[in-house]
Ligand binder design. Sequence first.
Ligand SMILES: Cc1cc2nc3c(=O)[nH]c(=O)nc-3n(C[C@H](O)[C@H](O)[C@H](O)COP(=O)(O)OP(=O)(O)OC[C@H]3O[C@@H](n4cnc5c(N)ncnc54)[C@H](O)[C@@H]3O)c2cc1C
Length: 431
Amino acid sequence: MSFEAKSLYPFQPERDLSQMHVGIIGGGPAGALTGLLLAREGMDVTIFEPRSKRMPEVGERKRLCVGCAGLLQENAIELLQSLDLNIPGEVIQAKLTNSVIHFPGGKTMVIPSHALTVYRGFGPVGTSEKIMGFDAWLLNEAEKAGAKIIEAQVTNVHSDGKNVDLESSVGSKTADFLVGAYGHNQVHMKLPEQDNPLGVPVTQPACVREYYLGYEKVKEKLGQSQHIFANPTPEIWYAAIYPKGPFISIALMGRNGASQNDYKDFLGLKAVQELIGDLEHMRLSCGCTSHITVRSPETVVVSNKEGGFHIANLGDAGGQRPRKNGIFASLDSAAKFAEVLRLYGNTPQAIKVFKRYITTNYVWDNWPSEVVLQSLDLFLNHEFPRKLIIYLGNGNVPLVSEAVRRTIDLVSSGRYPYWQIPMRAIFDIKR
Ligand SMILES: Cc1cc2nc3c(=O)[nH]c(=O)nc-3n(C[C@H](O)[C@H](O)[C@H](O)COP(=O)(O)OP(=O)(O)OC[C@H]3O[C@@H](n4cnc5c(N)ncnc54)[C@H](O)[C@@H]3O)c2cc1C
C-alpha cells in the first residue's frame, strides 16, 4: 500500500532538514513515529518519554501503559509497512481475521476484518513472561533511526517565538520547534503570544480490563475473532473483547463515558457469559479507566515568526478519529507531519498542507461522529430497523447486503473518517 496523502500534492524536491532540531514530548505512537521519520531525514531529534523503553525484568514492577486495548486496525499495519516498519512476531499477540458483531436481542453477524492485537507500553501486567509492547518496539526503532530518547517528563515549555526550551527533571533542551505528542495529558507551556492558543481535545472516560485465561482457553473461546457488542447495556454503546496472547482484553465505551462499574452489567450479559464464561469473580490482571477523544481541537499548530511550525500537536494531543482507531490516527498524523516537512521544509506552505489534512481527516469528523452515534441508537434500540439490518447484513440481497456489511465495518473500525462512510459504503472505495 502507498500512503494516501502522498498522492494528494504535486511532487516537490525533498528539503534538507539536517540543520534542524526538534524536541518531541511523548514517546507513544505519535511521538515515536514522528521522531523516527524525522531522524531518517537527518534531523536532530530528541524524544522525552518518562516510561522506560527497556523491557522490565521478570518480577519487576512495570510502569502502567497508556490504558488502551491494543487493537491495531489493518490500515495502521499498512501504514507502518509502507514506511518499512514490520511489526515483529514477538510484539503481535493475535492476528484477527473477522469481527463478530453482537446485536441487542442476541443475534450476531460476522464480518471479515483484519487486525492485530498488541500490548501497549511495555507488555502485560500480571505475568512474569517478558513480552515486548508495541510502544517499546516503535520507540526502539526511533532510536535505531537516530532519535535521542530522554527518559524524563517535560515539566515546562518556554518559547521566545523563535526557539522552544523544554524543561525536564534531567535538564533542559532547546529546539527549533516542538512536537506535542503527550496524549491527553497537559504540559505547561509559556508562549510569548497567546493569540493562537492550541486547542484541547474534548474527551470521555473509557475503560479497559485484561483477564488471564491462558493461551489454550483464549484460542478456544475467541480464535481469530474480535467480538464487538453494539449497545449492549443502556449506558454502554460499544464494547469489544479481543484475544491478546494468554489474555483477553475487554474495552467499554459509553455514550457519556464509561466507568469500571459498567463491567458488572456487561459481564453479566447472557451473550458475554456464553462467549467467555463467568469472569465476574475472576482475578483481574489489569484494568484502568483512561480517556478517549470525542472531539478534536481545531487549532493544533502554532506558527513561528517566519510562518513555519513552532509547535505541532499530534495524536491524542491533536486531531484524532473520535472514539475509534486512535493508534492509526496517531501514526497517520505523525507520518503526514514528517511528509510535509520533507516536501516543503519548515515553511508556511508546510503548515497550510498539514492543517488542511488534519481538518479534513479529523476535525471534520467532530459532528458526523455524533450523528453516527445517534443513528445507531435509532436503529439498534428499535426492533424493526434492527431486524432489518441483521436480515440484510446476514443475507444476500444484491448490492444492499454488501453495503450494510461495509457500513457496519466502517462504523465499528473507524478506519476512515465518519463523514466519508455513506460514500465508501455505497461505492466500496478502498483508499
Ligand atoms: C480504554 C481505551 C481503549 C483504547 N483502545 C484502542 C484500541 O484498541 N486501538 C486503538 O487504535 N486505539 C485505542 N485507544 C486510543 C489510543 O490509546 C490512543 O489514541 C493512542 O494511544 C494515542 O497515541 P499518542 O501517541 O497520541 O498518545 P499516547 O499513546 O497517550 O502517548 C503519549 C505519551 O506521552 C508521554 N507523556 C505524557 N506527558 C508527558 C510529558 N510531560 N513529558 C514527556 N512525556 C509525556 C506518555 O508517557 C505517553 O507515553 C483506546 C483508548 C482508550 C482510552
